[in-house]
Every structure is written in structure tokens, then in C-alpha cells.
Design a protein around this ligand. Structure first.
Ligand code: 4AD
Length: 472
């Protein structure tokens, strides 16, 4: 882990020999006899000093090193020494205790063309005036995304993708400990199931097929096949022409499905514990990375409670009404319709004021707002046994109980305008008998964006795909 790596550096002693590979982040000539280099390794930087030394380092070598272009990959040999007083701090991720007195330097690879922009390292503000502009990103968003490989080299991005990897590890860790098995369902589908989201059509040997909008069909079929408890980490495709801060056309789905013994709240409980495990794990294990991200994306630490507040959808609507919230057309929010993005965000604020948490659950959604496979509430079929989870007032997970009776499913499909014969494989799974079950799906990039308050989902995706991708 990075924190350990940093401690390992800091536990070292003066005059200890070191040999490492790094990029040349910056070179600074001081005099013909001495120069400084900043070496960068992922989220860390360390200063190197190259000074003329009788019989070891010549003036020619110092001059040669001054000519190294930024981003050159070098192998450096040297000894650790204490930096001089008053040395400039490059970032919080700098190894502060030491600098390296360079003795040998080998070039391993260097850029063959000028880079479109320089890799930036955010520095800690020293004065309140600095505070004003230290978060500013000097290079525009499109330039960064169009040259993503360079952008990914910045410590902020390195930290984001370590947290990314940590999140999937925590997800798997929790579910493995609860006897779930990891599955990999097909990404070719015969039809779509997620209402409201459009399909990418592909030519499958002359026949139409679609890229999966979610592993919904596959994971439910695993339950019909008695796999009992399954999860998947995989790509999800949505042909939505939504150019917003939170929509991608391809994202990573973290999906869970399980047979139910008692009722659907078992699923909600398990998913809630899983989210708490992830939030706790990220805060405990990724402190250094979170601090690195904050240098560019300032935010308050994420707040959650040991017991997550759970509101019924109707109670959420009530909170909005009491706060005088109106829809854009001036109407009152409705108990029987889905929440708009703005209403979701406002409700998130109201929940934060009332319960002091950035994470809460909304249960019992209106049936009309959910896909056909959702189990209606047996006590009131205007509603459903389904829920959404929210972080900082935006949805990260939707889930619930599924219909497992074939006849009921066929009826719901027809009323949603779907022909059950167009999804024969799926419907057969229920005709042949399937246990009561439920689950949920999370958008990985959404969680990362909201947890770290990145403001735009693209920063949480390695090579983001949105409707404007490939438009060059
Ligand atoms: O709400 P969605 O569409 O639900 C499903 O896919 C269900 N099969 C889940 C289930 O098991 N019942 O998507 C699930 C999550 C959302 O809560 C959101 O976090 C994310 O996926 N998501 C997106 N993320 C990025 N870009 C998009 N276009 C997204 N659409 C949904």
C-alpha cells in the first residue's frame, strides 16, 4: 500500500544507497556545478541533487542531465541525504525527509515528441492567497481527456485509480466472505431490460443482438440455476445520449443477486452492510490517496453512520414538500413518479441536515418508476419492493426483489410493451421454477465520483466513453 511505501521511505537512514526507476518531472539548473531534478513515481516525488564531484561526476554530466526532457524515464543510483532548510515543498506526496544525491543516471526511455501538456502536481497552499488558485487545473478538460495517458500520470489520477482498484477489492472481499460466487455473464443480449436506457445494436452474424445494459438477465438466470448468491464486476452499455456529469455510455457495473429466505429487506440489509464495508475500507486504507485527490478536488470527508437512515420513497417526497420543493414546471413532487436529478440532490441536502450523513437509502419506489422485472409491493401495488442508495444526494445503486412467478412476469412484460417470446431464455428460467430472489446494481464510477466529489464522472473512468467519444 502507498501509505506503507511512504513509511518505508521515511524509515530509511542518511547515506543509505538507493536505486530506483522514475520519471524526470522537472529539472532546475543552479550553477555549472550543481542542478536539481524532481523524480516522480506515481503519487510520490523526491528531489535529486546532481553536483560535480572529483573523479565521480563531471561538469559535462551535470550539463547533460540539465538537458533531459521532462517525462524521461531514468534509472537513478544515489545516496539519501537530508534536504537543505527552506526547500520548496512540491506536494503532500513528496517524500519529505530525504533527497537523493545522484551518483549515476541512466536514460531508459524518453518522449520522442513534445508532450501536449505537462503533468501537474498540485501543491499545498502556503498562504490564503495561494488557496485561491491552487486547485485550478491549468489544462482544459477536453485536452486532458484527449491525451488521457499523460493526464493519468498526474498524482491525482494515480490516486483515483488506486481507490478504484481498492473499491472493487472491498466489494469482492465482502461478498466472498458471505458465500457469494463471482460470475461473468455474456455481454451479448437478445433484448434490453432496463427501462429508459437505450440499446447499442450489433450485427451478430447477420442477426441483431444488443450490448448488455446490465447483467440483470444473466444474474437472475444464475439464481434460477441454483447458484444461490452471485456477483459480477463487468462492463455495462447504455446508448443514452445524456451529456451530463454522471452518465457514461459504458460504465463498470458491480452487480449482486441472491436467493431470499425471508423477504426483500434481507437484500437491502446485505447491500447496506456491503456499502458500509466499502466506505470504511476506503477511508481506512486509502488516506494518502484521498488527501492527494483533495489537493485538486477539495472536499469534506465523506460522512456516514453506523446505522444507515432508511426512508420510504413517500417519506422522501414528504420531506421535499415540507421544504417547499417544486419541480421545474412548478408542480409538487409526486409520490407515484420517479425523482428528478434536482429533486434527488435537494433530498440529499435535506437528509444531510436531518440525519448528518452523506449516505442513505430510499425504499419502496413507485412501481411505475421501475423496470418490469421488479416485484410489486404485495400490500399496495402502486409501490414496489425496491430501493435506491444515495451518496451525497445522487443515486449509486438501484435494487430490489424480482418477480419469480412466470405468469406474473409475462403479464408485467406485456404491460411494459414487451413480448415475452422475445426473451424466451429468460422467461423459461422462471417457467422451470425459480426461488424468490433480489439484488442490486452499482455504477462503480458514480461511487468514485461522489465519494471523492470529482464533480464529473469522466474523471472516475480510465478511458471514458460518452456520446461525444470518437467524434474527432
Ligand atoms: O439503475 P440502473 O439502471 O439499474 C440496473 O442496471 C439494475 N439492473 C440494477 C439491479 O440490480 N436492479 O443502474 C444501476 C446503477 C445506477 O444506480 C447508477 O449508479 C449506475 O448504475 N448507472 C450509470 N453510471 C454511469 N453512467 C450511466 N449512464 C449509468 N446508468 C446507471
Amino acid at each position: 500500500r502507498e501509505a506503507n511505501k511512504r513509511e518505508a521511505y521515511e524509515a530509511r537512514k542518511e547515506e543509505e544507497p538507493v536505486c530506483f526507476r522514475a520519471r524526470v518531472h522537472h529539472v532546475r539548473a543552479i550553477s555549472p556545478k550543481i542542478m536539481f531534478l524532481i523524480f516522480r513515481q506515481q503519487i510520490h516525488t523526491i528531489q535529486g541533487v546532481l553536483a560535480v564531484q572529483e573523479g565521480a561526476i563531471s561538469e559535462n554530466m551535470v550539463r547533460w542531465a540539465e538537458g533531459l526532457s521532462r517525462e524521461t524515464i531514468v534509472l537513478a543510483h544515489g545516496k539519501l541525504q537530508k534536504p537543505r532548510e527552506g526547500q520548496e515543498e512540491v506536494s503532500t506526496t513528496t517524500v519529505h525527509n530525504f533527497e537523493v544525491r545522484v551518483e549515476k543516471l541512466f536514460v531508459i526511455a524518453e518522449p520522442s515528441v513534445p508532450l501536449p501538456f505537462q503533468v501537474e502536481i498540485a501543491s499545498r497552499p502556503k498562504t490564503t492567497e495561494d488557496q485561491e488558485d491552487y486547485h485550478q487545473v491549468r489544462v482544459g478538460e477536453r485536452t486532458r481527456l484527449d491525451n488521457r495517458v499523460i493526464d493519468l500520470r498526474t498524482p491525482t489520477r494515480q490516486a483515483i485509480f488506486r481507490i478504484h482498484a481498492g473499491l472493487t477489492r472491498l466489494f469482492r472481499e465482502f461478498l466472498d466472505s458471505r458465500r457469494f460466487i463471482e460470475i461473468h455473464t455474456s455481454k451479448f443480449e437478445e433484448s434490453g431490460v432496463e427501462s429508459g436506457a437505450s440499446l447499442f445494436r450489433v450485427d451478430y452474424f447477420g442477426r441483431p443482438a444488443f450490448l448488455a445494459q446490465s447483467p440483470q438477465v444473466g444474474k437472475q438466470m444464475c439464481i434460477a440455476a441454483d447458484l444461490e448468491r452471485v456477483y459480477e464486476v463487468g462492463p455495462v452499455f447504455r446508448a443514452e445520449n445524456s451529456n451530463t456529469h454522471r452518465h457514461l455510455t459504458e460504465f463498470t457495473g458491480l452487480d449482486v443477486e441472491m436467493a431470499i429466505e425471508r423477504d426483500y429487506t434481507e437484500v437491502m440489509d446485505l447491500l447496506d452492510q456491503m456499502i458500509l464495508h466499502i466506505l470504511r475500507g476506503l477511508q481506512e486504507r486509502y488516506r494518502d490517496e484521498i488527501e492527494t485527490v483533495k489537493l485538486q478536488f477539495p472536499h469534506e470527508d465523506f460522512v456516514f453512520l453506523d446505522k444507515t437512515p432508511r426512508l420510504k420513497f413517500a417519506e422522501g417526497i414528504q420531506l421535499l414538500k415540507e421544504a417547499g420543493w417544486k419541480e421545474e414546471d412548478g408542480s409538487d413532487p409526486s409520490e407515484y413518479e420517479d425523482l428528478s436529478t434536482k429533486a434527488e440532490q435537494r433530498l440529499g441536502q435535506l437528509v444531510k441536515e436531518k440525519y448528518h450523513t452523506d449516505y442513505y437509502i430510499l425504499d419502496k419506489f413507485p412501481l411505475s418508476a421501475r423496470p418490469f422485472y421488479t416485484m410489486p409491493d404485495p400490500n399496495n401495488d402502486n409501490f414496489s419492493n425496491s430501493f435506491d442508495f444515495f451518496l451525497r444526494g445522487e443515486e449509486i445503486l438501484s435494487g430490489g426483489q424480482r418477480i419469480h412467478h412466470a405468469l406474473m412476469l409475462e403479464q408485467r412484460m406485456r404491460s411494459a410493451g414487451l413480448d415475452p417470446d422475445s426473451m424466451k431464455e429468460y422467461v423459461d428460467g422462471f417457467r422451470w421454477g425459480c426461488p424468490p430472489h433480489g439484488g442490486g446494481g452499482i455504477g462503480l464510477e458514480r461511487v468514485i465520483m461522489l465519494f471523492l466529489k470529482l464533480g464529473n464522472i469522466r474523471w472516475a473512468s480510465l478511458f471514458p466513453r460518452d456520446p461525444k467519444s470518437f467524434s474527432r
